[in-house]
Design a protein around this ligand. Structure first.
Ligand code: CP
Ligand code: NVA
Length: 320
């Protein structure tokens, strides 16, 4: 059995819940430092292994650039090229990587495999997306909203239009943790998993956030401060593509839907987008789109996450 103290992992956005404000503030500071060209090599000497079972543009690139910008190093490991792909166990992979590197990020098909890696790793494991969560994405999304709302989440309403998927699960938990009101519109058969709804409702009790559900996108979007959509067919759901295309009819974020939100409303999309399906060109490329700032913020959020997990922090002093 492992004899090391348990490392801090980021498997779910709820692993950051009490510290989200601090992580977001640090991400904003790192963004400003990068703009001024005064970033410090806070992760010098640190190595990050990145195991990907699925494709990635943003997550992979932002982790690599984040490590590079902060003086560290990253290794991209396609699961196909690792012995993992030939049957070496996740536990043995975790034991070995823990002897080489300081943290591992993992994009997995199955959350059970994410938990197995974390069970045996003696270094932090970061969920770089699995079938039930995408916590790094939501950290960047909250940073994007924080910037546009002057640092305040309370009394702002975000409308989710689309699938009850991994991104929505993390958004439910993240929004509830920071006190953001969330109106969720999904087709009837595509609601988020009940355990994520229950966990978000528990967090929302403390933050006073509200969470509502509907099958009507117009109801969710009317008067909203921001909209968020994601693909109708996530990686791993390809076999259901035809049924999903039919079920999501009417859930497209287009100009008519955006028109129902506040005039100042902005539109989020974690990307990659399927243009013409869940979102139109005119919205994604139009004046309401925040998707490109959102994508950039992956970089600044990854840095704050890496520092949070990798740098020892001074213990708070006891009041005398
Ligand atoms: N949003 C996101 O995670 O993008 P990638 O799949 O390109 O990493
Ligand atoms: N829900 C999407 C997010 C991609 C970043 C997927 O899992 O494919």
């Amino acid at each position: 059995m492992p004899t090391h103290p348990a490392p801090k992992h980021l498997l779910s956005i709820s692993d950051l819940a009490g510290d989200l404000d601090r992580v977001l503030a640090r991400a904003a500071a790192l963004k400003a430092e990068r703009a001024r060209g005064v970033l410090k090599p806070t992760l010098a000497g640190k190595n990050l292994a990145m195991i990907f079972e699925k494709p990635s543009t943003r997550t992979r690139t932002s982790f690599e650039v984040a490590m590079n910008d902060l003086g560290g190093h990253s290794l991209y490991l396609s699961s196909k090229d690792l012995q993992l792909g030939r049957g070496e166990t996740i536990a043995d992979t975790a034991r070995v990587l823990s002897r080489f590197v300081d943290a591992v990020c993992y994009r997995a098909y199955r959350h059970a495999d994410m938990l197995e890696l974390a069970r045996w790793a003696t270094i932090p494991v970061i969920n770089a997306l699995d079938d039930v969560e995408h916590p790094c994405q939501i950290t960047a999304d909250l940073l994007t909203m924080r910037e546009r709302w002057g640092g305040r989440f309370a009394h702002h309403r975000l409308a989710w239009v689309g699938d009850g998927n991994n991104v929505l699960h993390s958004l439910l938990l993240g929004a509830a943790a920071v006190g953001l009101d969330l109106a969720v519109a999904t087709p009837a058969g595509y609601r988020p998993q009940p355990e994520y709804v229950r966990a978000a409702e528990v967090l929302a009790r403390d933050s006073k956030a509200t969470i509502t559900f509907t099958n009507d996108p117009k109801e969710a979007v009317t008067g909203a401060d921001a909209l968020y959509t994601d693909v109708w067919v996530s990686m791993g759901d390809e076999a259901e593509a035809a049924a999903r295309m039919a079920a999501f009819h009417g859930f497209q974020v287009n100009d008519a839907l955006v028109e129902l939100a506040k005039p100042s409303a902005f539109v989020l999309h974690d990307l990659p987008a399927h243009r013409g399906q869940e979102i139109t060109d005119s919205v994604l490329d139009g004046p309401h789109s925040a998707a490109w700032d959102q994508a950039e913020n992956r970089l600044h959020a990854q840095k704050a996450i890496l520092e949070y997990l990798l740098l020892p922090r001074a213990k708070p002093r006891r009041a005398k």
